[in-house]
Write a protein that binds this ligand. Structure first.
Ligand code: ADP
Ligand code: MG
Length: 736
């Protein structure tokens, strides 16, 4: 940042205006703003508005309030200390101030000479020489030059593209582009929103007397029209995407055989009502000859795995293979154990494939998958890498789907159409014979314990079908959550000792140490390793050191207990061995990093200690807390925090303390962080909303959701034009 600013500090010559500059550089700047077509300029809406309709006497300008002043230049010079800058004093009848420019062109210095009259807009601050405006927007005027009658729009822009130039480009686009309606009159009238043309006009060229607050605050009717249009485009594209998927082919897994029935009979428990409902929905989808894309949502511990196992068995009953993919080795390993327990008695051959495996083992596992000897393959994302070919993949189950990247999703979809050994991407839809997996794409069952807030499932996830397990298995007790300051660590140690003496087990989680100091946007799973930032390696080293130290200290403090250690740097086999020992009760206290965050299921563990809880994200805390409360004992989660707490950290801890409900927590998280984190996979695929805010504009989101099918049905040509206007070229990205 700084270096760039210094670099620009001494332009030798005035830069040509963007209109004259090489079109490619202007194009690049516009592209940075997301402007690719002429019409994108029309949709490049102001960030805020400035009131240049009035002049403020210089003496009355209050600090920090943007004002417009007009005065005569009394002095203008180039100073060289502390750095080269143009300093220019102006005065009116009431007083004077300095304008200071750190970046300026020679032509500016020439124009701002004593006697010239200037109108400047900016905020006044106390400066070294007296009151000053730094880098005000200004223009040279003659005495009596009329003031604008309406508010001045200020656009989001980028370095090297001044407001004035951008404004000219937008003016030109407004004159040239067709601003016709994409909504039938009866609809705009019924909804009481202005016509598109009027809304665009009101936003780019506010009328005299228009309300600056409503315009800047985006509550003005013109803004509502734009937000509705944007949300509607999203809904339309989601619906079309959904329809398009329903036109593709997948094997119809209709036959209900002995395997699913056998598992249901052998389970030591009965499915909850919610699990049965979810299974019925999945069963119905799998029986259709179109790819299922279903998200199975259920709070931590709601029992998604057994539903996934039923789906896998249904696939096997129909002569095809199923794959189960988890984002971490630990979780995949655990699924493998659960599936072995359930599938072995039924005689279903299970395979295991992971990145941590020995080359030879992996090759053998891959060969069994390719030959079809393996009917259900469990593993990490290694399952969907190059060179892994299924004999006939009918269903891909993806646990914690939001942790996978877009490439992995693409690779997954392509696996169904693989003929042996080849890794072709394009899915081939010509096959009509259901049951022939080679011509069809696999069904997908995605699972998530991070509940997607309603606003998100109505928008970014609208093309997925969702099953919800909204009930926990019987006998679960709520986990007590305690917030304890780090100084009171001794009390916590006593609790750990008591729990372990009583035959229970405990987790002790060490925090992520972040390179940027924000635990929030930490790439938590192995699958996200792509976005490495500088410093990550160092942060990992620190984190490793921290968890090693903590383990050593706790092992010394609890000489009488067996204290285990698990972290991301351990070899897969070591990790698996530690987890197996913990599962078997051979380890009583497990010191861990967030590698245990998702899915780990050890019912006898009843105490969860999270150190530096203030550094974790809400979803993470909820996941970690979900590791306990799975057995018969009363469970507790202790959040150790370090003072002082920042505002957001405080809000997060309050939210997790006050609620045990994953949906409420997800909603709070969305409020605190915005939708970015949740989108995961979709983030890179779906165009993000620019104007609408899912929470604040919920009413518009609902309107758009209801309007989309109506428009497609009754006015398809309007729908098409609307999509073209708002998403031209961009909806392609969503076909993942
Ligand atoms: P999650 O939805 O978090 O993945 P799991 O599938 O790991 O949850 O299930 C948590 C625990 O609950 C497991 O030990 C599982 O065997 C058990 N379980 C699942 N369904 C039921 C049920 N209907 N009744 C009792 N226990 C169940
Ligand atoms: Mg799970």
């Amino acid at each position: 940042m700084r270096a760039a600013a210094v670099g620009r500090a001494r332009p030798r010559k005035p830069e040509p205006s963007p209109a004259q500059s090489a079109p490619s550089s202007l194009k690049a700047k516009l592209a940075k703003l997301g402007i690719r077509r002429e019409f994108d300029l029309v949709l490049h809406l102001p960030l805020r508005y400035e009131d240049e309709t009035r002049l403020t006497p210089i003496a009355e300008a209050r600090e920090g309030v943007p004002v417009q002043v007009e005065g005569t230049v009394t002095e203008s010079r180039i100073a060289y200390r502390p750095r080269r800058q143009l300093v220019c004093r102006i005065e009116d009848e009431s007083g004077s101030l300095y304008m200071r420019f750190l970046n300026f062109y020679g032509s500016q210095a020439k124009a701002l000479v004593a006697g010239a009259r200037v109108r400047a807009f900016g905020e006044v601050r106390p400066g070294f020489f007296g009151a000053e405006m730094i880098h005000p927007r200004y223009r040279m005027v003659r005495a009596g030059t009329p003031l604008p009658e309406a508010l001045t729009p200020v656009y989001p822009t980028t370095a090297g593209l001044p407001q004035a130039a951008l404004r000219r480009l937008i003016e030109r686009a407004l004159a040239q582009c067709e601003l016709d309606e994409t909504l039938p009159r009866e609809i705009t009238e019924r909804l009481g929103v202005p016509a598109f043309r009027d809304a665009i006009d009101a936003l780019h060229r506010p009328r005299p007397g228009d309300d600056a607050r409503a315009l800047t605050g985006r509550t003005h009717p013109a803004w509502r029209r734009m937000k509705l249009d944007e949300l509607l485009a999203q809904q339309l594209s989601m619906r079309l995407h959904y329809r398009e998927r329903k036109s593709r082919t997948a094997p119809a897994l209709k036959a209900a055989g002995a395997l699913t029935a056998g598992l249901l009979k052998r389970l030591p428990f009965r499915l909850t009502r919610a699990q049965s409902r979810a299974w019925a929905e999945i069963e119905r989808d799998l029986g259709e000859a179109h790819p299922m894309h279903r998200l199975l949502q259920g709070d931590v511990g709601s029992g998604k795995t057994v539903v996934a196992a039923l789906a896998a068995l249904r696939t096997v009953e129909n002569g095809l293979q199923a794959a189960v993919m988890a984002p971490t080795e630990i979780l995949a390993e655990q699924h493998y154990r659960k599936f072995s327990e359930w599938l072995a008695p039924l005689g279903v051959p299970l395979g295991w494939l992971s990145g941590g495996q020995k080359k030879k083992d992996r090759a053998a596992a891959a060969a069994d998958i390719a030959s079809g000897a393996t009917r259900v393959a469990v593993g990490t994302h290694a399952l969907f890498q190059q060179g892994i070919a299924f004999e006939a993949l009918g269903l891909a189950i993806v646990d914690e789907q939001h942790r996978f990247g877009v490439e992995q999703r693409l690779a997954l979809r392509a696996k169904g159409s693989d003929s042996k050994g080849s890794d072709s991407k394009g899915s081939d839809n010509k096959g009509s014979g259901s049951g022939n997996a080679r011509d069809a794409e696999p069904h997908q069952l995605m699972m998530s314990a991070t509940p997607i807030p309603r606003t998100l499932s109505m928008s970014y996830y609208a093309d997925l079908d969702v099953s919800l397990i909204d009930e926990l298995p019987p006998g679960r007790k709520p986990v007590t959550t305690k917030l304890i300051a780090a100084e009171r660590r001794d009390e916590v140690l006593a609790r750990v000792r008591d729990a372990c003496r009583a035959g229970r087990q405990a987790y002790w989680v060490c925090p992520l140490i972040e390179d940027n100091g924000l635990a929030d946007d930490a790439p938590a799973g192995e699958a996200r390793a792509a976005g490495r930032r500088p410093g990550r390696r160092q942060a990992e080293a620190l984190q490793l050191q921290n968890v090693l130290d903590t383990h050593a200290r706790l092992a010394a403090e609890f000489a009488e207990l067996r204290v285990g250690l698990v972290h991301g740097r351990l070899a897969a086999a070591e990790k698996a061995a530690v987890m197996a020992d913990f599962s078997a009760g051979k380890i009583q206290l497990l010191v861990a990093t967030t590698v245990i965050e998702v899915g780990v299921d050890v019912p006898n563990a009843s105490l969860m200690i999270i150190e530096h809880a203030e550094r974790f994200g809400l979803a993470q805390l909820h996941q970690l807390r979900g590791r306990v409360g799975r057995g018969v004992a009363d469970s507790a989660c202790i959040l150790l925090y370090q003072k002082p707490l920042g505002e957001i950290a405080r809000a997060r801890l309050k939210a997790i303390y006050e609620s045990g409900d994953g949906f409420e927590i997800a909603r709070q998280d969305l409020l605190l962080r915005g939708p970015g984190e949740y989108l995961g996979v979709r983030q890179s695929g779906a165009p993000l909303l620019r104007f609408a805010d899912l929470e604040r504009d919920l009413d518009l989101l609902e309107t758009a959701r209801d309007l989309a099918p109506q428009l497609l049905r009754q006015h398809p040509q309007y729908a098409e034009r609307h999509l073209e206007r708002w998403l031209a070229g961009k909806s392609e990205l969503m076909k993942v």
